[in-house]
Design a protein around this ligand. Structure first.
Ligand code: T1G
Length: 693
């Protein structure tokens, strides 16, 4: 059943019932419209209440139906709303918990709205690259007024029901029973006429043109590559400048335009990708999880401190362990300073700061951490050091404690083998700065217990991270792909490009930061250390020597005040350096390469398709469970532009045959050996399929 029908006295109650959030898919719309029609045909019924079962009134239209015939099939959401609005008997929307998107639009088509306090009210369509497409842009301004409605629609952010008295005819006490109260309200107004319709109201806003022009300018400045915010302004403007039905037509036309845009498809892809990432096919959703009431962090450096903050922010006490008191003191001071900076920005209260710092304790002894439910090590990235730590943890940690490593490049299975409990060992790869970056790569060892994996996924949600499961390989998902991206960046320098051109092209594509500025930020010596290891372990993999030559010049990046670029104190701008560029040009000559002009298009293709091709290998090796997981890694951990949906989604929009053709072209060029097309890419391209299915 996707909508139930009951009669309470003289009131019919239609209950939307499409778990988990009563998305108004075709079956739900059909059953609800049938319910209203049944009520209208029953003379004993004097009024109608519409409400939602479970944890929502309604989370809106069923996004899963978009870009499928069901989305617009009759009865459409418009028809459902019109059925309520044109009803000859009063229709009351009884709202609780969540009322969003089409759910709120449905309630605006009803004659009355009543609610429980604390319900989250929103028109979040803009966050999906859309606009409220079922009358929200025309009706909400008629209820809340032009400015509050515009703010809600352009921001897409929820507002608690009790903060919107103009929207509701009654807000019940928190301890009221919604159904009982709503039925009583319906009986009270059953004979009231005329039936109040939002569409009959007028939006009164003197000098609205000036306000709307100001809104256009403001939204244009902040919308970046996304078309939806400005479309929201224009359609809300129609609520003032056009008659209701004309405004509805205009809204429909702009909605149908937006739903076809790549930006909207990318945002909707990311919405579901984030949620599906926590689903592991062989780990049932009801797998028991271990209780995490306390944590221990080994290492109070940049990573250890950042990781500790995640737990403190989630209200989980942390015991920070270091080998030397001064390291401990420094680590704790850094954590406090980070919180104080947030306080200064007005994003944290003193009370919260004190509460979080109050959850932090420290020790120099492993004997003090044995009772922690989870321990995360963030010590030096060297297998010998990890071995010593894990052997010690194996000795002191209570049975059932989760032993997590924050390694970014080492083999989690080897680390697990240092203990007698490999089933309790897992990788939790945080990204620096760990208290800021949303991405958490959860590395599943061969022997990691399903319960431990399920616990780590649940914990990532509690830490407000996007947890993505990775298998064990060198670099897991993100770093393994970025290595190919960096290789291409280096080869481009040898062939004729300079760091500034490559970075500008990448940033124009939408990356938060190009590869060379990123190297300067992360530290060029980190890549240098990895390459030195690679030269021994995998001599057949070639790299441009330019990055090594740069490090030999002592130019490790921002931390040394100079890297690919020069930096000035207190200024984050990257200034090209002539010595570095001369080194690059000389290196080309030493290689006997005649430097050539390289187009931005080639730069972007080589950087992005290097990610795509490695992502395809990762997918077919089963290191990543699905293409959208790879997209989430890049959207939340590597500054890939959200409006392009992630590398695999972007490749789908370009067309895999086109991606493959470009790769085959580059395979015939300089360092072409780096381009071995992934079999999965070749197969999908040949079959006319996509990564994201
Ligand atoms: N359609 C389909 N599925 C949805 C959904 C929706 N609208 N909203 C949530 N889900 C699924 C979600 O994928 C997940 O699935 C489960 O519900 C729980 O979600 C014409 C066009 C409602 C605040 O944008 O903001 O109406 O992983 O983990 O943290 O103008 O979901 O369990 O299989 O997020 O409790 C506008 C989007 C639609 C609201 C609940 N509405 N959803 O948060 O649970 S467009 C939205 C949310 C529209 C009209 C337009 C949140 C939530 P699974 P969750 P939550």
């Amino acid at each position: 059943m996707t909508a139930e029908y009951q009669v309470h006295g003289s009131v019919a109650v239609v209950t939307l019932n499409n778990p988990p959030v009563n998305g108004m898919g075709l079956e739900t719309r059909t059953a609800a419209v049938a319910g209203i029609q049944r009520a209208l045909a029953d003379d004993a019924v004097k009024a109608i209440v519409i409400t939602g079962a479970g944890k929502a009134f309604s989370g809106g239209a069923d996004i899963k139906e978009f870009n499928t015939p069901k989305a617009l099939a009759e009865p459409s959401l418009h028809t459902f709303i019109a059925t309520a609005e044109s009803s000859t008997k009063p229709v009351v929307a009884a709202i609780h918990t969540v009322c969003m998107g089409g759910g709120l639009e449905l309630s605006l088509g009803c004659h009355y709205r009543v609610a429980m306090p604390g319900a989250q009210i929103a028109l979040p369509e803009v966050k999906l690259g859309l606009l409220p497409g079922a009358g929200g842009t025309q009706r909400l301004p008629r209820v809340l007024g032009l400015e509050p409605a515009l703010n809600m629609i352009v921001s897409g952010n929820p507002v608690a029901s009790e903060k919107l008295p103009a929207l509701f005819d009654e807000i019940f006490p928190a301890d009221a029973d919604l159904l009982t109260s709503a039925v009583a309200f319906a009986e009270k107004i059953a004979d009231a006429r005329p039936l109040p319709k939002v569409r009959d109201r007028k939006v009164d806003y003197p000098n609205h043109e000036a306000f709307l022009q100001f809104s256009r300018n403001t939204v244009k400045a902040m919308a970046g590559p996304f078309p939806a915010p400005l479309e929201c302004v224009e359609t809300v403007a129609a609520s003032v400048t056009m008659k209701f039905d004309d405004g509805m037509k205009f809204e429909r036309e702009r909605f149908l335009h937006l739903i076809q845009t790549t930006e909207s498809k990318a945002l909707r892809h990311a919405f579901f990708a984030e949620r599906v990432a926590s689903k592991v096919p062989d780990v049932p959703a009801d797998t028991p999880v271990r209780t995490i009431k306390s944590a221990a962090i080994i290492g109070a450096g940049t990573m250890g401190g950042g990781i500790a903050m995640n737990f403190l922010n989630a209200g989980i006490p942390v015991k920070l362990l270091e080998t030397r008191q001064e390291a401990l003191d420094k680590g704790i001071a850094t954590i406090r300073k980070n919180y104080e900076n947030t306080l200064k920005k007005g994003k944290l209260t003193q009370e919260k700061l004190d509460q979080r710092m109050g959850l932090l304790s420290s020790t120099l002894s492993y004997d003090d951490i044995g009772q922690a439910d989870i321990v995360v090590e963030a010590v030096f990235e060297e297998l010998g050091v990890k071995e010593a730590v894990f052997r010690k943890l194996d000795e002191v940690m209570k049975p059932g404690a989760i032993l997590a490593t924050n390694t970014s490049t080492l083999d989690v299975d080897k680390i697990a083998a240092f203990t007698k409990r490999p089933q309790d060992v897992i990788g939790t790869h945080f990204f620096s700065p760990a208290n800021v970056m949303k991405l958490l790569e959860i590395v599943r060892g061969k022997q990691t217990a399903k319960e431990v994996l399920a616990t780590a996924l649940a914990l990532s949600k509690k830490l407000k991270k996007t947890g993505v499961v990775s298998g064990v390989c060198d670099g897991f998902i993100g770093n393994r792909m970025i290595e190919q991206y960096s290789r291409q960046a280096g080869f481009l320098l040898e062939e004729g490009a300079l760091p500034e051109q490559v970075d500008k092209a990448a940033e124009k594509f939408g990356f938060a930061m190009g590869p060379f500025r990123m190297g300067d930020l992360a530290g060029n010596d980190i890549g240098w250390a990895i390459r030195k290891r690679r030269y021994v372990e995998k001599p057949d993999i070639s790299y441009s020597k330019t990055a090594d030559l740069l490090c030999e010049m002592g130019r490790y990046g921002q931390k040394t005040g100079a890297g690919w670029y020069d930096y000035k104190a207190g200024d984050r701008k990257a200034y090209p350096n002539q010595d570095v560029n001369a080194m690059i040009v000389k290196h080309s000559a030493d290689l006997g390469i005649t430097r050539r002009k390289i187009s931005d298009e080639e730069i972007v293709e080589r950087l992005v398709y290097a990610l795509v091709n490695e992502g395809a290998l990762i997918l077919e090796e089963g290191i990543a469970l699905r293409a959208s997981d790879i997209d989430m890694v890049y959207l939340t951990g590597y500054g890939f532009p959200l409006y392009r949906g992630g590398p695999m989604f972007y490749a789908d929009t370009v067309g895999l045959p086109n991606v493959l053709a470009a790769i085959n072209k580059y395979a015939r060029g300089h360092q072409g050996g780096a381009w071995k097309p992934a079999p999965l890419l070749q197969r999908l391209a040949a079959e006319g399929k996509t990564f994201n299915g």
